[in-house]
Ligand binder design. Structure first.
Ligand code: GLP
Length: 245
């Protein structure tokens, strides 16, 4: 794991955005794996700036998002479809046909998940996967558990995730209890992984990811086995890592 310690959120966002931009410059028709949550918003803002200044184009870029709540319509303001449109897609020249988010509106979990894996595979896999990390160490919506699950699958969200994500919903009862998420196999198959985290609230999860045992109770710890991971964090998120100066 390569650790990049940034002084604040703005620097973290610039570094992560630049790594993604570099991928697009290297291969204008690259396949990007995208993440939601509040952490990557700054990286998306940086990418939009680079697009507006003419440094990059998304014209031929393909994107596959990590996850989506089960049961939310695409235009629900808490759906990840909506999030991606608002925070990136509608601001750049991406062809919406090339953007993909698991279909949470399809109640047939098995079909929705199998179809998603097939699409990622047919696209040739992900070149760069952007990730955030949950307070409980989840990546995508791969929640702590007894195993690492390989394929895209339907998960029951844990209480801690429901509570953490309820800040974005009107009432905690409105938070969906299930989600479709890319599994660990697709994430680990990406050629490069960039994971972002900021703030003290993420420090425990970041420590477990970098310094803990590889343990499905912290799903992000599997990334220790990936050959090309860049961990981009602010100082607060890295504050409990004794191995990071
Ligand atoms: C959600 C998403 C994750 C994200 C996590 C952290 O649960 N499924 O992909 O990493 O939240 O979100 P935030 O960046 O808002 O802390």
């Amino acid at each position: 794991m390569r650790i990049v310690s940034c002084k604040d959120y703005a620097e973290m966002s610039r570094v992560a955005g630049n790594l993604m931009a570099a991928e697009i410059i290297k291969n204008p028709s690259c396949v990007l794996g995208l993440a939601t949550g509040s952490t990557p918003i700054g990286a998306y803002e940086h990418l939009v700036e680079l697009y507006k200044s003419g440094d990059i184009s998304f014209k031929d870029v393909k994107t596959y998002n990590l996850d989506e709540y089960r049961g939310l319509a695409h235009d629900h303001d808490q759906s990840y479809h909506y999030f991606m449109n608002e925070n990136l897609f509608k601001h750049v020249d991406i062809d919406m046909k090339n953007t993909h988010v698991p279909d949470g509106s399809n109640p047939d979990a098995e079909a929705a998940c199998a179809e998603y894996d097939k699409m990622v595979e047919e696209a040739g896999g992900v070149a760069l996967q952007l990730l955030g990390i949950g307070n409980n160490g989840h990546i995508g919506f791969n929640e702590p558990g007894s195993v690492f699950v390989g394929p895209t699958h339907c998960v029951d969200l844990t209480e801690s995730t429901i509570v953490a994500n309820s800040r974005l919903f009107e009432r905690i009862e409105d938070v969906p209890r299930q989600a479709y998420t890319m599994g660990i196999k697709t994430i680990m198959s990406a050629k490069r992984v960039v994971i972002v985290a900021n703030g003290e609230a993420k420090a425990e999860a970041v420590k477990a990811m970098i310094e803990g045992p590889i343990d499905p109770m912290c799903q992000a710890s599997i990334l220790q086995l990936h050959p090309d991971v860049v961990v981009v964090c602010d100082e607060a998120a890295l504050s409990l890592c004794s191995s990071v100066k």
